[in-house]
Design a protein around this ligand. Structure first.
Ligand code: NAD
Length: 508
Protein backbone atom coordinates (compact mmCIF):
# COMPACT_ATOMS: atom_id res chain seq x y z
CA UNK A 1 0.00 0.00 0.00
CA UNK A 2 2.88 2.37 0.77
CA UNK A 3 3.90 2.31 -2.86
CA UNK A 4 0.34 3.11 -3.97
CA UNK A 5 0.18 6.02 -1.53
CA UNK A 6 3.49 7.38 -2.79
CA UNK A 7 2.41 7.07 -6.43
CA UNK A 8 -0.61 9.24 -5.62
CA UNK A 9 1.53 11.87 -3.89
CA UNK A 10 0.36 11.02 -0.37
CA UNK A 11 2.56 11.46 2.67
CA UNK A 12 2.29 10.43 6.29
CA UNK A 13 0.96 13.89 7.19
CA UNK A 14 -0.82 15.77 4.41
CA UNK A 15 -1.98 19.35 4.08
CA UNK A 16 -5.76 19.31 3.70
CA UNK A 17 -6.31 22.48 1.67
CA UNK A 18 -5.20 23.19 -1.84
CA UNK A 19 -5.94 25.73 -4.51
CA UNK A 20 -3.68 24.02 -7.01
CA UNK A 21 0.08 23.89 -6.57
CA UNK A 22 -0.40 25.59 -3.19
CA UNK A 23 -1.08 23.29 -0.24
CA UNK A 24 -1.70 24.63 3.26
CA UNK A 25 -3.88 24.17 6.36
CA UNK A 26 -3.76 25.24 9.94
CA UNK A 27 -6.60 23.29 11.51
CA UNK A 28 -6.57 20.17 13.64
CA UNK A 29 -5.23 16.89 12.29
CA UNK A 30 -7.58 14.03 11.41
CA UNK A 31 -6.41 10.45 11.10
CA UNK A 32 -7.64 8.09 8.43
CA UNK A 33 -7.84 4.45 9.50
CA UNK A 34 -8.62 1.67 7.03
CA UNK A 35 -11.79 -0.30 7.79
CA UNK A 36 -10.06 -3.20 5.99
CA UNK A 37 -7.42 -3.87 8.67
CA UNK A 38 -7.85 -1.04 11.17
CA UNK A 39 -4.42 0.39 10.35
CA UNK A 40 -3.63 4.10 10.20
CA UNK A 41 -3.24 5.07 6.53
CA UNK A 42 -2.26 8.70 6.98
CA UNK A 43 -3.03 12.03 8.63
CA UNK A 44 -4.57 15.17 7.16
CA UNK A 45 -4.56 18.71 8.46
CA UNK A 46 -7.98 20.34 8.19
CA UNK A 47 -9.05 23.83 7.16
CA UNK A 48 -9.48 26.73 9.54
CA UNK A 49 -11.85 29.56 8.69
CA UNK A 50 -8.85 31.62 7.55
CA UNK A 51 -7.72 28.76 5.27
CA UNK A 52 -11.24 28.55 3.86
CA UNK A 53 -11.36 32.30 3.18
CA UNK A 54 -8.06 32.07 1.32
CA UNK A 55 -9.45 29.26 -0.83
CA UNK A 56 -12.64 31.20 -1.66
CA UNK A 57 -10.74 34.32 -2.56
CA UNK A 58 -8.41 32.36 -4.88
CA UNK A 59 -11.39 30.56 -6.45
CA UNK A 60 -13.20 33.89 -7.04
CA UNK A 61 -10.16 35.22 -8.91
CA UNK A 62 -9.81 31.98 -10.89
CA UNK A 63 -13.44 32.21 -12.02
CA UNK A 64 -12.74 35.53 -13.76
CA UNK A 65 -10.05 33.76 -15.80
CA UNK A 66 -11.83 30.45 -16.35
CA UNK A 67 -15.17 31.87 -17.57
CA UNK A 68 -13.33 33.55 -20.46
CA UNK A 69 -11.77 30.30 -21.71
CA UNK A 70 -13.83 28.82 -24.57
CA UNK A 71 -15.83 25.82 -23.37
CA UNK A 72 -14.17 23.33 -25.81
CA UNK A 73 -10.77 24.46 -24.52
CA UNK A 74 -11.96 23.84 -20.96
CA UNK A 75 -13.06 20.44 -22.25
CA UNK A 76 -9.50 19.80 -23.45
CA UNK A 77 -8.19 20.23 -19.87
CA UNK A 78 -10.86 17.82 -18.64
CA UNK A 79 -9.75 15.36 -21.35
CA UNK A 80 -6.20 15.54 -20.02
CA UNK A 81 -7.53 14.99 -16.50
CA UNK A 82 -9.41 11.89 -17.70
CA UNK A 83 -6.23 10.56 -19.33
CA UNK A 84 -4.33 10.93 -16.06
CA UNK A 85 -7.10 9.05 -14.29
CA UNK A 86 -6.72 6.24 -16.84
CA UNK A 87 -3.01 6.05 -16.05
CA UNK A 88 -3.63 6.05 -12.28
CA UNK A 89 -6.76 3.88 -12.27
CA UNK A 90 -5.23 0.87 -10.51
CA UNK A 91 -3.59 2.92 -7.73
CA UNK A 92 -6.54 5.21 -7.10
CA UNK A 93 -8.94 2.24 -7.21
CA UNK A 94 -6.83 0.48 -4.59
CA UNK A 95 -6.80 3.54 -2.34
CA UNK A 96 -10.60 3.88 -2.64
CA UNK A 97 -10.93 0.22 -1.67
CA UNK A 98 -8.50 0.47 1.25
CA UNK A 99 -9.72 3.77 2.71
CA UNK A 100 -13.48 3.21 2.15
CA UNK A 101 -13.68 -0.60 2.34
CA UNK A 102 -15.45 -1.39 -0.95
CA UNK A 103 -14.13 -4.22 -3.12
CA UNK A 104 -11.16 -3.52 -5.37
CA UNK A 105 -13.42 -4.17 -8.38
CA UNK A 106 -15.82 -1.51 -7.12
CA UNK A 107 -12.90 0.82 -6.41
CA UNK A 108 -11.78 0.42 -10.03
CA UNK A 109 -15.39 0.90 -11.12
CA UNK A 110 -15.53 4.17 -9.24
CA UNK A 111 -12.44 5.48 -11.02
CA UNK A 112 -13.92 4.25 -14.31
CA UNK A 113 -16.99 6.39 -13.57
CA UNK A 114 -14.68 9.39 -13.20
CA UNK A 115 -13.08 8.61 -16.56
CA UNK A 116 -16.48 8.15 -18.20
CA UNK A 117 -17.84 11.43 -16.88
CA UNK A 118 -14.71 13.21 -18.12
CA UNK A 119 -15.35 11.79 -21.60
CA UNK A 120 -18.97 12.87 -21.36
CA UNK A 121 -17.95 16.37 -20.24
CA UNK A 122 -15.45 16.71 -23.10
CA UNK A 123 -18.20 16.06 -25.67
CA UNK A 124 -20.60 18.29 -23.78
CA UNK A 125 -18.11 21.14 -23.88
CA UNK A 126 -19.09 21.55 -27.56
CA UNK A 127 -22.82 21.24 -26.92
CA UNK A 128 -23.76 23.81 -24.28
CA UNK A 129 -26.66 24.85 -26.41
CA UNK A 130 -29.32 27.50 -25.90
CA UNK A 131 -32.59 28.10 -27.74
CA UNK A 132 -33.41 30.48 -30.54
CA UNK A 133 -36.99 31.76 -30.30
CA UNK A 134 -39.24 33.83 -32.55
CA UNK A 135 -39.86 37.30 -31.18
CA UNK A 136 -43.37 38.79 -31.23
CA UNK A 137 -41.82 42.06 -32.43
CA UNK A 138 -40.67 42.68 -36.02
CA UNK A 139 -36.95 42.69 -36.72
CA UNK A 140 -36.16 41.35 -33.27
CA UNK A 141 -34.38 38.20 -32.31
CA UNK A 142 -34.84 36.33 -29.06
CA UNK A 143 -32.57 33.66 -27.66
CA UNK A 144 -31.52 31.88 -24.51
CA UNK A 145 -27.93 31.35 -23.58
CA UNK A 146 -26.23 29.70 -20.62
CA UNK A 147 -23.52 31.33 -18.54
CA UNK A 148 -21.39 29.85 -15.77
CA UNK A 149 -22.51 30.40 -12.19
CA UNK A 150 -19.18 30.97 -10.41
CA UNK A 151 -17.94 28.83 -7.53
CA UNK A 152 -19.54 25.41 -7.11
CA UNK A 153 -19.22 23.95 -3.60
CA UNK A 154 -19.11 20.15 -3.64
CA UNK A 155 -19.80 18.29 -0.38
CA UNK A 156 -19.36 14.54 -0.73
CA UNK A 157 -20.13 11.39 1.28
CA UNK A 158 -17.72 8.65 2.33
CA UNK A 159 -19.21 5.86 0.24
CA UNK A 160 -18.27 7.33 -3.16
CA UNK A 161 -15.11 9.14 -2.12
CA UNK A 162 -13.93 10.07 -5.63
CA UNK A 163 -16.68 9.56 -8.28
CA UNK A 164 -19.22 12.01 -6.85
CA UNK A 165 -16.65 14.80 -6.93
CA UNK A 166 -15.85 14.02 -10.57
CA UNK A 167 -19.54 13.86 -11.55
CA UNK A 168 -19.84 17.42 -10.30
CA UNK A 169 -16.46 18.93 -11.02
CA UNK A 170 -16.00 17.74 -14.60
CA UNK A 171 -19.39 19.16 -15.63
CA UNK A 172 -18.90 22.34 -13.60
CA UNK A 173 -15.46 22.94 -15.18
CA UNK A 174 -16.64 22.66 -18.77
CA UNK A 175 -19.56 24.94 -17.87
CA UNK A 176 -17.00 27.57 -16.82
CA UNK A 177 -17.39 27.21 -13.05
CA UNK A 178 -14.61 26.68 -10.55
CA UNK A 179 -14.98 24.14 -7.74
CA UNK A 180 -14.29 23.90 -4.03
CA UNK A 181 -14.53 20.35 -2.70
CA UNK A 182 -15.31 19.48 0.91
CA UNK A 183 -14.88 15.69 0.99
CA UNK A 184 -16.04 13.33 3.73
CA UNK A 185 -13.87 13.43 6.82
CA UNK A 186 -13.98 9.61 6.70
CA UNK A 187 -12.14 9.36 3.35
CA UNK A 188 -9.84 12.41 3.22
CA UNK A 189 -6.83 10.72 1.60
CA UNK A 190 -8.82 9.92 -1.55
CA UNK A 191 -9.51 13.64 -1.91
CA UNK A 192 -5.85 14.59 -1.59
CA UNK A 193 -4.96 11.99 -4.26
CA UNK A 194 -7.61 13.40 -6.65
CA UNK A 195 -6.53 16.99 -6.12
CA UNK A 196 -2.92 15.95 -6.82
CA UNK A 197 -4.04 14.55 -10.19
CA UNK A 198 -5.85 17.78 -11.12
CA UNK A 199 -2.83 19.78 -9.96
CA UNK A 200 -0.65 17.96 -12.49
CA UNK A 201 -3.01 19.04 -15.30
CA UNK A 202 -3.05 22.61 -14.00
CA UNK A 203 0.76 22.73 -13.78
CA UNK A 204 1.38 21.23 -17.22
CA UNK A 205 -1.01 23.79 -18.78
CA UNK A 206 0.08 26.77 -16.72
CA UNK A 207 -3.43 27.20 -15.34
CA UNK A 208 -3.89 29.56 -12.39
CA UNK A 209 -4.61 28.48 -8.82
CA UNK A 210 -8.25 28.08 -7.79
CA UNK A 211 -9.97 26.24 -10.66
CA UNK A 212 -10.13 23.17 -8.44
CA UNK A 213 -9.72 23.62 -4.70
CA UNK A 214 -9.91 21.30 -1.74
CA UNK A 215 -10.90 22.03 1.86
CA UNK A 216 -10.72 19.10 4.24
CA UNK A 217 -12.57 18.97 7.53
CA UNK A 218 -15.86 17.93 9.08
CA UNK A 219 -19.33 19.50 8.93
CA UNK A 220 -17.99 22.79 10.36
CA UNK A 221 -16.00 23.35 7.14
CA UNK A 222 -19.07 22.23 5.19
CA UNK A 223 -21.09 24.93 6.95
CA UNK A 224 -18.60 27.61 5.88
CA UNK A 225 -19.32 26.65 2.27
CA UNK A 226 -23.10 26.37 2.59
CA UNK A 227 -23.48 29.75 4.32
CA UNK A 228 -21.16 31.57 1.91
CA UNK A 229 -22.85 33.96 -0.54
CA UNK A 230 -19.73 33.72 -2.75
CA UNK A 231 -20.79 30.16 -3.59
CA UNK A 232 -23.91 30.26 -5.80
CA UNK A 233 -24.33 26.49 -6.05
CA UNK A 234 -23.86 23.78 -3.44
CA UNK A 235 -23.96 20.19 -4.61
CA UNK A 236 -24.26 18.08 -1.46
CA UNK A 237 -24.25 14.30 -1.27
CA UNK A 238 -24.94 12.56 2.02
CA UNK A 239 -27.63 11.75 4.54
CA UNK A 240 -31.12 13.22 4.46
CA UNK A 241 -30.38 14.68 7.90
CA UNK A 242 -27.43 16.62 6.43
CA UNK A 243 -29.47 17.62 3.35
CA UNK A 244 -32.22 19.18 5.48
CA UNK A 245 -29.70 21.51 7.13
CA UNK A 246 -27.71 22.25 3.96
CA UNK A 247 -30.84 22.80 1.85
CA UNK A 248 -32.30 25.26 4.36
CA UNK A 249 -29.03 27.17 4.79
CA UNK A 250 -28.48 27.57 1.05
CA UNK A 251 -32.13 28.47 0.36
CA UNK A 252 -32.05 31.10 3.10
CA UNK A 253 -29.42 33.04 1.15
CA UNK A 254 -31.15 32.34 -2.21
CA UNK A 255 -28.34 30.06 -3.33
CA UNK A 256 -29.02 26.96 -5.37
CA UNK A 257 -28.51 23.40 -4.29
CA UNK A 258 -28.28 19.95 -5.81
CA UNK A 259 -29.15 17.52 -3.02
CA UNK A 260 -28.27 13.83 -3.44
CA UNK A 261 -29.45 12.19 -0.22
CA UNK A 262 -30.49 8.88 1.28
CA UNK A 263 -32.40 6.13 -0.51
CA UNK A 264 -34.66 3.26 0.54
CA UNK A 265 -34.74 1.27 -2.64
CA UNK A 266 -36.99 -1.64 -3.46
CA UNK A 267 -37.25 -4.31 -6.12
CA UNK A 268 -40.69 -5.67 -6.98
CA UNK A 269 -40.42 -9.32 -8.01
CA UNK A 270 -43.52 -10.37 -9.91
CA UNK A 271 -44.79 -13.84 -10.76
CA UNK A 272 -43.44 -13.22 -14.25
CA UNK A 273 -39.86 -12.58 -13.19
CA UNK A 274 -36.89 -14.50 -14.53
CA UNK A 275 -35.83 -15.60 -11.07
CA UNK A 276 -32.20 -16.43 -11.91
CA UNK A 277 -31.54 -12.93 -13.21
CA UNK A 278 -33.53 -11.46 -10.37
CA UNK A 279 -31.37 -13.11 -7.78
CA UNK A 280 -28.13 -11.65 -9.15
CA UNK A 281 -29.58 -8.12 -9.20
CA UNK A 282 -31.15 -8.48 -5.76
CA UNK A 283 -28.17 -10.01 -3.96
CA UNK A 284 -25.58 -7.68 -5.51
CA UNK A 285 -27.92 -4.77 -4.81
CA UNK A 286 -28.31 -5.72 -1.16
CA UNK A 287 -24.77 -6.70 -0.20
CA UNK A 288 -22.55 -4.79 -2.69
CA UNK A 289 -20.40 -2.16 -0.93
CA UNK A 290 -21.64 -3.90 2.27
CA UNK A 291 -25.02 -2.20 1.84
CA UNK A 292 -23.42 1.25 1.83
CA UNK A 293 -24.65 2.57 -1.50
CA UNK A 294 -27.36 5.18 -1.77
CA UNK A 295 -28.87 2.79 -4.35
CA UNK A 296 -28.50 -0.36 -2.21
CA UNK A 297 -31.51 -2.68 -2.41
CA UNK A 298 -33.12 -2.48 1.04
CA UNK A 299 -36.54 -4.03 0.32
CA UNK A 300 -37.78 -6.90 -1.84
CA UNK A 301 -41.52 -6.88 -2.53
CA UNK A 302 -42.31 -10.38 -3.77
CA UNK A 303 -45.49 -11.81 -5.28
CA UNK A 304 -47.16 -14.26 -2.89
CA UNK A 305 -47.13 -17.11 -5.45
CA UNK A 306 -43.32 -17.12 -5.74
CA UNK A 307 -42.51 -15.77 -2.29
CA UNK A 308 -41.37 -19.05 -0.71
CA UNK A 309 -39.29 -20.06 -3.74
CA UNK A 310 -37.59 -16.66 -3.95
CA UNK A 311 -36.99 -16.65 -0.20
CA UNK A 312 -35.33 -20.10 -0.32
CA UNK A 313 -33.09 -19.03 -3.19
CA UNK A 314 -32.07 -15.88 -1.33
CA UNK A 315 -31.24 -17.75 1.86
CA UNK A 316 -29.13 -20.22 -0.17
CA UNK A 317 -27.32 -17.39 -1.97
CA UNK A 318 -26.56 -15.60 1.30
CA UNK A 319 -25.07 -18.83 2.71
CA UNK A 320 -22.48 -18.71 -0.09
CA UNK A 321 -21.35 -15.13 0.54
CA UNK A 322 -17.71 -14.71 1.43
CA UNK A 323 -16.94 -11.88 3.82
CA UNK A 324 -13.43 -10.50 4.20
CA UNK A 325 -10.66 -8.28 2.85
CA UNK A 326 -12.21 -6.36 -0.07
CA UNK A 327 -8.85 -6.27 -1.84
CA UNK A 328 -9.11 -10.06 -2.17
CA UNK A 329 -11.30 -10.66 -5.22
CA UNK A 330 -12.62 -13.94 -3.82
CA UNK A 331 -14.64 -12.02 -1.20
CA UNK A 332 -18.12 -10.62 -1.89
CA UNK A 333 -18.58 -8.45 1.20
CA UNK A 334 -16.08 -6.05 2.75
CA UNK A 335 -16.27 -4.04 5.97
CA UNK A 336 -18.54 -1.20 7.06
CA UNK A 337 -16.83 2.18 7.15
CA UNK A 338 -16.26 2.31 10.94
CA UNK A 339 -17.37 0.99 14.32
CA UNK A 340 -20.04 3.64 14.57
CA UNK A 341 -21.66 2.15 11.45
CA UNK A 342 -21.41 -1.30 13.06
CA UNK A 343 -23.28 0.02 16.11
CA UNK A 344 -26.05 1.44 13.92
CA UNK A 345 -26.30 -1.91 12.09
CA UNK A 346 -26.66 -3.81 15.37
CA UNK A 347 -29.23 -1.34 16.70
CA UNK A 348 -31.25 -1.72 13.51
CA UNK A 349 -31.28 -5.51 13.84
CA UNK A 350 -32.58 -5.12 17.39
CA UNK A 351 -35.28 -2.74 16.17
CA UNK A 352 -36.35 -5.22 13.48
CA UNK A 353 -37.06 -7.80 16.19
CA UNK A 354 -38.65 -5.38 18.68
CA UNK A 355 -40.93 -4.01 15.94
CA UNK A 356 -42.18 -7.49 15.03
CA UNK A 357 -39.92 -8.48 12.11
CA UNK A 358 -38.57 -12.00 11.70
CA UNK A 359 -34.88 -12.53 11.01
CA UNK A 360 -34.39 -15.29 8.45
CA UNK A 361 -30.66 -14.80 7.77
CA UNK A 362 -29.05 -13.68 11.01
CA UNK A 363 -26.52 -10.88 11.18
CA UNK A 364 -23.63 -10.37 13.57
CA UNK A 365 -20.15 -8.92 13.82
CA UNK A 366 -17.21 -11.05 12.69
CA UNK A 367 -14.24 -11.48 14.96
CA UNK A 368 -10.83 -13.11 14.79
CA UNK A 369 -8.11 -13.26 12.16
CA UNK A 370 -8.75 -10.98 9.20
CA UNK A 371 -11.51 -9.12 11.04
CA UNK A 372 -9.32 -7.13 13.48
CA UNK A 373 -10.77 -3.77 12.36
CA UNK A 374 -14.08 -4.75 14.00
CA UNK A 375 -15.99 -3.45 10.96
CA UNK A 376 -16.99 -6.71 9.25
CA UNK A 377 -20.64 -7.72 9.61
CA UNK A 378 -22.82 -10.48 8.19
CA UNK A 379 -25.45 -9.47 5.64
CA UNK A 380 -28.87 -10.17 7.17
CA UNK A 381 -32.38 -10.74 5.81
CA UNK A 382 -35.60 -10.11 7.72
CA UNK A 383 -39.26 -10.59 6.90
CA UNK A 384 -40.82 -7.26 7.76
CA UNK A 385 -43.80 -4.97 7.19
CA UNK A 386 -43.27 -1.87 5.08
CA UNK A 387 -44.76 0.46 7.69
CA UNK A 388 -42.35 -0.55 10.46
CA UNK A 389 -40.31 2.49 11.54
CA UNK A 390 -37.02 0.67 10.93
CA UNK A 391 -38.07 -0.25 7.37
CA UNK A 392 -39.01 3.35 6.63
CA UNK A 393 -35.52 4.42 7.70
CA UNK A 394 -32.28 4.03 5.67
CA UNK A 395 -29.81 1.89 7.67
CA UNK A 396 -26.51 2.17 5.82
CA UNK A 397 -25.62 -1.52 6.19
CA UNK A 398 -26.43 -4.89 4.57
CA UNK A 399 -29.91 -5.53 6.01
CA UNK A 400 -32.52 -6.64 3.50
CA UNK A 401 -36.27 -6.60 4.25
CA UNK A 402 -38.58 -8.92 2.34
CA UNK A 403 -42.36 -8.72 2.13
CA UNK A 404 -45.28 -10.24 0.17
CA UNK A 405 -47.83 -8.68 -2.16
CA UNK A 406 -50.98 -9.82 -4.02
CA UNK A 407 -51.65 -7.20 -6.73
CA UNK A 408 -49.20 -5.01 -8.63
CA UNK A 409 -51.01 -1.86 -7.48
CA UNK A 410 -50.39 -2.96 -3.91
CA UNK A 411 -46.71 -3.66 -4.70
CA UNK A 412 -46.26 -0.22 -6.27
CA UNK A 413 -47.92 1.41 -3.24
CA UNK A 414 -45.47 -0.44 -0.98
CA UNK A 415 -42.51 0.52 -3.17
CA UNK A 416 -43.58 4.18 -3.07
CA UNK A 417 -44.62 4.05 0.59
CA UNK A 418 -41.37 5.34 2.11
CA UNK A 419 -40.11 8.91 2.57
CA UNK A 420 -37.16 8.42 0.19
CA UNK A 421 -37.34 8.24 -3.63
CA UNK A 422 -34.02 7.33 -5.21
CA UNK A 423 -33.92 4.00 -7.04
CA UNK A 424 -36.48 1.29 -7.79
CA UNK A 425 -36.87 -1.78 -9.96
CA UNK A 426 -39.34 -4.34 -11.20
CA UNK A 427 -38.41 -7.84 -12.27
CA UNK A 428 -40.88 -9.10 -14.86
CA UNK A 429 -41.08 -10.45 -18.38
CA UNK A 430 -44.64 -9.12 -18.68
CA UNK A 431 -44.80 -5.94 -20.77
CA UNK A 432 -47.90 -4.55 -19.06
CA UNK A 433 -46.39 -4.93 -15.61
CA UNK A 434 -43.17 -3.25 -16.76
CA UNK A 435 -44.95 -0.36 -18.47
CA UNK A 436 -47.27 0.26 -15.50
CA UNK A 437 -44.21 0.44 -13.22
CA UNK A 438 -42.59 3.03 -15.52
CA UNK A 439 -45.81 5.05 -16.00
CA UNK A 440 -46.95 8.09 -14.02
CA UNK A 441 -48.96 5.69 -11.84
CA UNK A 442 -45.85 3.60 -11.21
CA UNK A 443 -42.61 4.20 -9.35
CA UNK A 444 -42.20 7.66 -7.80
CA UNK A 445 -38.39 7.42 -7.77
CA UNK A 446 -35.74 9.28 -9.77
CA UNK A 447 -34.54 5.94 -11.12
CA UNK A 448 -36.89 3.12 -12.19
CA UNK A 449 -35.43 -0.01 -13.79
CA UNK A 450 -36.84 -3.11 -15.43
CA UNK A 451 -35.00 -6.42 -15.00
CA UNK A 452 -32.00 -4.61 -13.49
CA UNK A 453 -31.50 -4.13 -9.76
CA UNK A 454 -31.59 -0.77 -7.98
CA UNK A 455 -27.87 -0.52 -7.40
CA UNK A 456 -25.52 1.47 -9.61
CA UNK A 457 -26.28 3.65 -12.59
CA UNK A 458 -24.71 4.67 -15.88
CA UNK A 459 -23.24 8.16 -16.09
CA UNK A 460 -25.12 8.93 -19.32
CA UNK A 461 -28.45 9.39 -17.53
CA UNK A 462 -29.34 12.10 -15.04
CA UNK A 463 -28.81 10.69 -11.55
CA UNK A 464 -30.84 11.62 -8.48
CA UNK A 465 -34.03 11.05 -6.56
CA UNK A 466 -37.28 12.52 -5.34
CA UNK A 467 -38.82 13.25 -1.94
CA UNK A 468 -36.31 12.99 0.94
CA UNK A 469 -33.60 12.01 -1.55
CA UNK A 470 -33.52 15.71 -2.30
CA UNK A 471 -34.60 16.19 -5.92
CA UNK A 472 -31.14 16.88 -7.35
CA UNK A 473 -29.87 15.59 -10.68
CA UNK A 474 -26.21 15.06 -11.52
CA UNK A 475 -24.09 13.43 -14.18
CA UNK A 476 -25.57 12.80 -17.64
CA UNK A 477 -28.49 13.98 -19.81
CA UNK A 478 -29.07 17.72 -19.30
CA UNK A 479 -27.91 17.79 -15.66
CA UNK A 480 -25.29 20.33 -16.81
CA UNK A 481 -27.97 23.05 -16.78
CA UNK A 482 -27.90 23.07 -12.97
CA UNK A 483 -24.31 24.34 -13.13
CA UNK A 484 -25.18 27.34 -15.30
CA UNK A 485 -27.48 30.33 -15.27
CA UNK A 486 -29.97 30.87 -18.08
CA UNK A 487 -30.14 34.26 -19.73
CA UNK A 488 -32.88 35.36 -22.13
CA UNK A 489 -31.71 37.89 -24.71
CA UNK A 490 -33.89 39.98 -27.00
CA UNK A 491 -32.14 41.96 -29.68
CA UNK A 492 -33.66 44.69 -31.85
CA UNK A 493 -31.86 44.84 -35.19
CA UNK A 494 -34.47 47.12 -36.83
CA UNK A 495 -34.80 50.88 -36.87
CA UNK A 496 -37.93 51.19 -34.71
CA UNK A 497 -38.29 50.84 -30.96
CA UNK A 498 -41.20 48.56 -30.14
CA UNK A 499 -42.52 47.34 -26.80
CA UNK A 500 -43.70 43.88 -25.92
CA UNK A 501 -47.42 43.03 -25.71
CA UNK A 502 -48.12 45.71 -28.36
CA UNK A 503 -47.96 48.50 -25.77
CA UNK A 504 -47.93 51.95 -27.35
CA UNK A 505 -45.70 54.59 -25.77
CA UNK A 506 -45.55 57.71 -27.93
CA UNK A 507 -43.28 60.55 -26.85
CA UNK A 508 -44.20 62.92 -29.77
P1 NAD B 1 -23.19 12.45 5.97
O1 NAD B 1 -24.48 13.15 5.78
O2 NAD B 1 -22.81 12.05 7.34
O3 NAD B 1 -21.98 13.34 5.40
C1 NAD B 1 -21.91 13.71 4.05
C2 NAD B 1 -21.07 14.97 3.90
O4 NAD B 1 -21.78 16.07 4.46
C3 NAD B 1 -19.73 14.93 4.64
O5 NAD B 1 -18.76 15.53 3.84
C4 NAD B 1 -20.01 15.73 5.90
O6 NAD B 1 -18.87 16.31 6.48
C5 NAD B 1 -20.95 16.79 5.36
N1 NAD B 1 -21.85 17.42 6.34
C6 NAD B 1 -22.49 16.83 7.36
N2 NAD B 1 -23.27 17.73 8.01
C7 NAD B 1 -23.10 18.91 7.38
C8 NAD B 1 -23.63 20.22 7.59
N3 NAD B 1 -24.49 20.50 8.56
N4 NAD B 1 -23.25 21.20 6.73
C9 NAD B 1 -22.40 20.95 5.72
N5 NAD B 1 -21.85 19.74 5.49
C10 NAD B 1 -22.21 18.72 6.32
O7 NAD B 1 -23.24 11.17 5.01
P2 NAD B 1 -22.23 9.94 4.90
O8 NAD B 1 -22.38 9.06 6.10
O9 NAD B 1 -20.88 10.40 4.51
O10 NAD B 1 -22.82 9.19 3.61
C11 NAD B 1 -23.90 8.30 3.65
C12 NAD B 1 -25.19 8.96 3.19
O11 NAD B 1 -25.01 9.56 1.91
C13 NAD B 1 -26.30 7.94 3.00
O12 NAD B 1 -27.49 8.49 3.51
C14 NAD B 1 -26.38 7.77 1.49
O13 NAD B 1 -27.62 7.32 1.01
C15 NAD B 1 -26.07 9.16 1.04
N6 NAD B 1 -25.61 9.17 -0.35
C16 NAD B 1 -26.45 9.62 -1.31
C17 NAD B 1 -26.07 9.60 -2.64
C18 NAD B 1 -27.01 10.06 -3.72
O14 NAD B 1 -26.53 10.30 -4.82
N7 NAD B 1 -28.29 10.19 -3.48
C19 NAD B 1 -24.79 9.14 -2.99
C20 NAD B 1 -23.94 8.70 -1.98
C21 NAD B 1 -24.36 8.72 -0.66
Amino acid sequence: MQEVLRSLGLKEINEGCSTGQNWFSNGEVIESFSPVDGKLIGKIKTATKADYLKVVSTASDAFKFWREIPAPKRGEYVRQFGDKLRAKKAGLGKLVSYEMGKSYQEGLGEVQEMIDICDFAVGLSRQLYGLQLHSERPQHRMMEQWHPLGIVGIISAFNFPVAVWAWNSSLAWICGDVCIWKPSEKTPLCSVACQNIWNEVAKENNLPEGISSLVNGNYVVGQLLTADTHVPLISATGSTQMGKIVGATVAERFGRSILELGGNNAIIITENADLDNTLIGAVFGAIGTAGQRCTTTRRLIIHENIYDKAKDQLVKAYAQLKIGDPLNEANHVGPLIDKDAVKKYLNSLESVISEGGKIIVPGGVLEGKGFESGCYVKPAIAEAKNDMAIVQHETFAPILYIMKYKTLDEAIALQNGVPQGLSSAIMTLNMREAELFLSAAGSDCGIANVNIGTSGAEIGGAFGGEKETGGGRESGSDAWKAYMRRQTNTLNWGSKASLAQGIKFDLS
